[in-house]
Design a protein around this ligand. Structure first.
Ligand code: DHB
Ligand code: MG
Length: 222
């Protein structure tokens, strides 16, 4: 069955998606700079873009730029002159390529790249600043990223976290030493103790294997 995941993913990517020009440009940079294939797929990019448009998010934060492919998808969903995306990356090699990515004319005025540890950078943003936050960085700090995100996102915001399943490895005791697995366990323990958020996870399959996207919303009275 697994071999069909990629086939179907390729079919969907080819038949449903019209990529923004900036994304096609960054795909070339990814290929030319031998960046590992750990970014989002076009299908996932369109998914994020639809959500951003649906909630009319103008101010976006991304944790984990890699080289800016997901940033470009998110930026494409922000109306011109209405908002920006702040994106944080810690690795020098990726920052170098990301800077080239953001020279694209469609991104120049929409993207603010922060070089550093997300845990430090996030503490500098004011409360309620963001309408949408996409977390796709080192899994070891996911629990802290969630806490900090809840501080700096407003009451109508949405938070999406990538890679919250990772083939379900976090349920296997023998993998507990892996920091990424430990990070996911901590994330789920954290969520269990919180009464201020509503959370769901969509398990996904595709060319990137078996994984999942977590959707988080602040609870409020209706
Ligand atoms: C890895 C990271 C990701 O964000 C992802 O979507 C897939 C894999 C990784 O570091 O292996
Ligand atoms: Mg990811």
């Amino acid at each position: 069955m697994k071999k069909y995941w990629t086939k179907v993913d390729n079919f969907l990517n080819d038949s449903l998606i019209l990529k923004p020009k900036s994304c096609a440009w960054i795909e070339h940079l990814i290929e030319n700079n031998k960046i590992p294939p750990i970014g989002i797929t076009p299908l996932q990019g369109q998914f994020l873009s639809i959500i951003v448009k649906s909630i009319r998010a103008n101010n976006i934060l991304e944790i984990g730029t890699l080289v800016g492919y997901s940033t470009a998808w998110l930026a494409s969903a922000i109306p011109e002159h209405k908002g920006v995306i702040h994106t944080i990356e810690s690795r020098e090699a990726h920052i170098k390529v990301a800077k080239q990515s953001f020279k694209h004319p469609d991104l120049k005025n929409k993207v603010i790249l922060h070089h550093g540890s997300a845990l430090d950078v996030m503490k500098k943003f004011p409360k309620n600043m963001f309408d949408f936050i996409f977390i796709d960085a080192d899994k070891s700090n996911y629990s802290q990223y969630l806490d900090l995100s809840l501080n700096i996102s407003n009451r109508n915001s949405l938070i999406i976290m990538d890679n919250v399943i990772r083939e379900g490895e976090f349920l296997n005791k023998w993998n507990e030493k892996k920091v990424s697995i430990h990070g996911l366990k901590k994330l789920y323990e954290n969520i269990k103790t919180r009464s201020d958020i509503e959370v769901s996870v969509l398990q996904t399959v595709g060319s990137k294997g078996w994984d999942g996207l977590m959707l988080i919303r602040k609870k409020k009275k209706r």
